[in-house]
Design a protein around this ligand. Structure first.
Ligand SMILES: [Zn+2]
Length: 317
């Protein structure tokens, strides 16, 4: 943790300032120590360079496994592709270079796939994640400047109101127990006129949702490593997908596996992502538009990142 980052953090319980005690330094940063609240009796550990505001990864344990195993699978810097960059740019209704100099919250950063892109466009990124994926993100991006990492609960974040110039959360809130509540919990952290870029799953493909919901009743109860092994076995169905008519019926309805990604490893990762998370919710355009409208956003604009429901809006001044 950078020492300067301390000034951006507050106690998530009482919103008072924090001080560092028992700091151990390494590589010019705080490797371990305690954050003590000046307003209440709470203490929060700094471990492996990251302040931890949760005691465990809770309902997000599947993402700890996913992004520890597939830490580099989707990072443009590792794959040599520009898929994450292209996807990221489509989430905004302005050129991504306008992120330069902005303080941006990556709400649910995973292994840091989009944080890497936001950094490339000159943003200062604060990455938060409930799961230990935050350690994967740190490992991937610790050598970059203008980035900070926090393990925390999206419903109880350690930041003051109106801190961020922008928030993005792509493919995250539908995995919380209360996505609408998560959106509303994030909005106060945004400055007036700041942007909120969101992607959640779409509810329009009923057959796909019914089938995956059926399988998920079993798969979410399996040990994560066993499920991962089954995904390795299932993903070769990708080749079945190439059979006209019958192939897509099998891979998208009968036994859905990920077929839309460029590498074998990425398809295994995405299939695990489909069957492992504890919570999954699906939404219509109307649902998401209402989230923005009810919290006072203006310029509410649908954008097109492929699958999913994606919007961006500006917080009313
Ligand atoms: Zn406190």
């Amino acid at each position: 943790m950078r020492e300067e980052f301390l000034g951006s953090l507050v106690c998530p319980e009482c919103k008072h300032n924090l001080i560092v005690e028992n700091a151990q330094w390494a590589q010019g940063e705080i490797e371990s120590g305690d954050l003590s609240c000046t307003g209440c009796s709470q203490h929060y550990p700094i471990q492996q360079f990251i302040p931890r505001f949760v005691a465990s990864d809770s309902y997000a344990d599947a993402f700890t496994v996913e992004w520890t195993v597939f830490r580099t699978a989707q990072l443009d810097s590792q794959t040599g592709l520009n898929l994450s960059d292209n996807t990221f740019q489509q989430f905004f209704n302005f050129p991504a270079k306008q992120l330069a100099g902005k303080l941006v919250l990556d709400a649910g950063c995973g292994k840091g796939r989009f944080a890497e892109i936001a950094l490339n466009y000159g943003a200062h990124v604060v990455c938060i994640d409930l799961s230990y994926a935050i350690d994967a993100a740190h490992k991937n991006l610790k050598d970059r400047v203008n980035i900070d990492f926090v393990q925390a609960d999206i419903f109880k974040l350690p930041f003051r109101s109106e801190t961020f110039d922008g928030i993005y959360s792509h493919g995250v809130l539908h995995h919380t127990p209360d996505p609408d509540g998560a959106f509303k919990a994030l909005v106060p952290l945004l400055k007036q006129s700041g942007f909120f870029s969101l992607m959640v799953y779409a509810s329009y493909n009923k057959a796909y949702i019914q089938t995956t919901t059926f399988y998920r009743k079993l798969t979410t109860r399996l040990p994560k490593r066993l499920l991962l092994y089954l995904c390795y076995l299932a993903v070769p169905l990708y080749y079945v997908n190439k059979i006209p008519v019958l192939g897509p019926f099998i891979t998208r309805i009968l036994l859905p596996v990920s077929v839309n990604f460029p590498t074998h490893r990425w398809r295994i990762c995405n299939t695990f992502d489909l069957y492992s998370p504890k919570h999954v919710f699906f939404y219509t355009h109307h649902d998401v538009f209402q989230w923005y409208k009810q919290t006072g956003f203006t310029d509410i604009t649908p954008v097109n990142p492929g699958s999913g429901i994606s919007y961006i809006g500006a917080k009313a001044s």
